[in-house]
Design a protein around this ligand. Structure first.
Ligand code: NCD
Length: 361
C-alpha cells in the first residue's frame, strides 16, 4: 500500500505515470466514469478549503465513486478531543481511501502510520501539499509541452507557502531546472528546502529583489498568496502583504510563451486585468487538479495490494538522542501524544521527522 504524504513518496516514474494517466482521462473521460464504482473517498478537512476539497469530491464523483467526510473539525469527534490516529482508524472502516487536510504539520504522516487505507495529504500547515504539486506538474506539461529544462520563478510567500515547498521538491527530479526566488526578506524559502533540496539535488537557484528583474527569463511564473493565517502577528502580515503584484505592465516584460500559475485563492497578488491574457493559466490549472486527483485515486487504489508500492524509507538515518526537541509549535509532536523522531540529513543537520524543522546543526 502506498500513501501520498510528501511529493517524494512517489518515484519519478510513478509521478509521470500519474500525469500520463491524467492526460488519458482528459482525452477519454467516458472510459473512466465507473472506474471507482462502489468505492468511497473520505475527505477529512480540519482546515478551510474550497477548491481542494471540491476537487477531490468532483474527482471521485467523476470516477463513479462516493464521498463522505467533514469540512469543519468542530462538527466531528475532534471537538471531543479525539486524536488524528483514532479518527483515521475509525474512518478506515468506512472508506477505501482518505484525503486529509490539517493545520498541524505532520498530521497526515501520523495518520498514514496507523491507517489500513491509503492516506493523501491534502495540505499540512506550511509544510507540504503534494496533490497541488501533481496539479502544477500536469499544468506545466500541458501548457509548455515539457517539464525538463524550465526556468521557474516563485513569487510571494515562499516561507509559509506549502505548494512552493512541494513543487520545488518534485522538480528536483527533472532535468536542468532553474529556480528564481522572489520574496520579501521575512518570507524567504526555508533553509531545509534550499539546503536539502536545491543544494543537495542540484537545482540551480537565485534570489532576486523584484519581479521586473526576474520576469524576462521565466518559462513559468508561480505566484502565491501571502499566507495570512500562518502569521502570529497581524502587523507583520500588513508589512508584506502587498510586496509583489503582477499586473499587465509587468506581463509586457515576459516572454510570449511564459505561463502564469497560481494555486489559488488569490488575494491581490495578480490584478484581474491579467486574467484575459492567454498566458494566465491559473484557471486551467484548477481543472487539471481534478483530473490529476482522479488519476491519483485510481493509482493509489490499484497499488493498495501491491507490495512494490510501499512508502519509501526516506529518512533512513534516525537519530536516537533523548535531549532533542522539536521547536515547531505547529508540529504534530507538540500537539498530540506522538513520540518524537529525528533524522540526520546528508549535510549532518538533524531535523524533526514530522515537520523537517532543524533541531541541531
Ligand atoms: C493552496 C493551499 O491551500 O496551500 N491552495 C490550494 O490548495 N488550492 C494555496 C493557498 O492557500 O494560498
Amino acid at each position: 500500500m502506498k500513501h501520498l504524504i510528501d511529493p517524494t513518496d512517489l518515484t519519478y516514474d510513478e509521478t509521470n505515470d500519474i500525469i500520463t494517466l491524467a492526460e488519458d482521462i482528459i482525452a477519454h473521460r467516458e472510459l473512466y466514469t465507473s472506474r471507482m464504482k462502489g468505492k468511497k473517498l473520505a475527505t477529512l478537512f480540519y482546515e478551510p478549503s474550497t477548491r481542494t476539497r471540491l476537487s477531490f469530491t468532483a474527482a471521485m464523483m467523476e470516477l463513479g465513486g462516493n464521498v463522505l467526510g467533514f469540512d469543519d473539525a468542530r462538527s466531528s469527534s475532534v471537538s471531543k478531543g479525539e486524536t488524528v490516529e483514532d479518527t483515521v482508524r475509525v474512518v478506515g472502516n468506512f472508506a477505501d481511501i482518505i484525503a486529509m487536510r490539517h493545520p498541524i504539520e505532520g498530521a497526515p504522516l501520523i495518520a498514514s502510520q496507523v491507517s489500513d487505507v491509503p492516506i493523501i495529504n491534502a495540505g499540512d500547515g506550511s509544510h507540504s501539499h503534494p496533490t497541488q504539486t501533481l496539479t502544477d506538474l500536469l499544468t506545466i506539461k500541458r501548457e509548455l509541452g515539457h517539464i525538463d529544462g524550465i526556468t521557474i520563478g516563485f513569487c510571494g510567500d515562499l516561507r509559509f507557502g506549502r505548494t512552493v515547498h512541494s513543487l520545488i521538491k518534485a522538480l528536483s527530479r527533472y532535468k536542468d531546472i532553474k529556480v528564481v526566488l522572489i520574496a520579501p526578506d521575512t518570507l524567504r524559502l526555508p533553509d531545509y528546502i534550499k539546503q536539502d533540496v536545491c543544494d543537495r539535488l542540484g537545482i540551480r537557484y537565485k534570489e532576486v529583489a523584484t519581479l521586473e528583474e526576474a520576469i524576462p527569463d521565466l518559462d513559468i511564473l508561480y505566484m502565491t498568496r501571502v499566507q495570512k493565517e500562518r502569521f502570529l502577528d497581524e502587523d507583520d502580515y500588513d508589512r508584506v502583504k502587498d510586496s509583489f503584484i503582477l499586473d499587465a505592465a509587468k506581463m509586457k516584460l515576459a516572454k510570449e510563451t511564459m505561463k502564469v500559475l497560481h494555486p489559488l485563492p488569490r488575494v491581490n497578488e495578480i490584478l484581474t486585468e491579467v486574467d484575459d491574457d492567454p498566458r494566465a493559466a491559473y484557471f486551467r490549472q484548477v481543472e487539471n487538479g481534478k483530473f490529476v486527483r482522479m488519476a491519483l485515486i485510481c493509482r493509489l487504489l490499484d497499488w493498495k495490494n501491491d507490495d512494490n508500492h510501499k512508502m519509501p524509507e526516506g529518512h533512513e538515518m534516525f537519530v536516537n538522542d533523548d535531549t532533542l526537541h522539536c521547536y515547531n509549535t505547529k508540529c504534530i509532536c507538540n500537539n498530540e501524544y506522538v513520540k518524537t523522531k529525528f533524522y540526520e540529513s546528508l549535510d549532518g543537520v538533524v531535523r524533526c521527522f514530522y515537520c523537517d524543522t532543524k533541531v541541531r546543526e
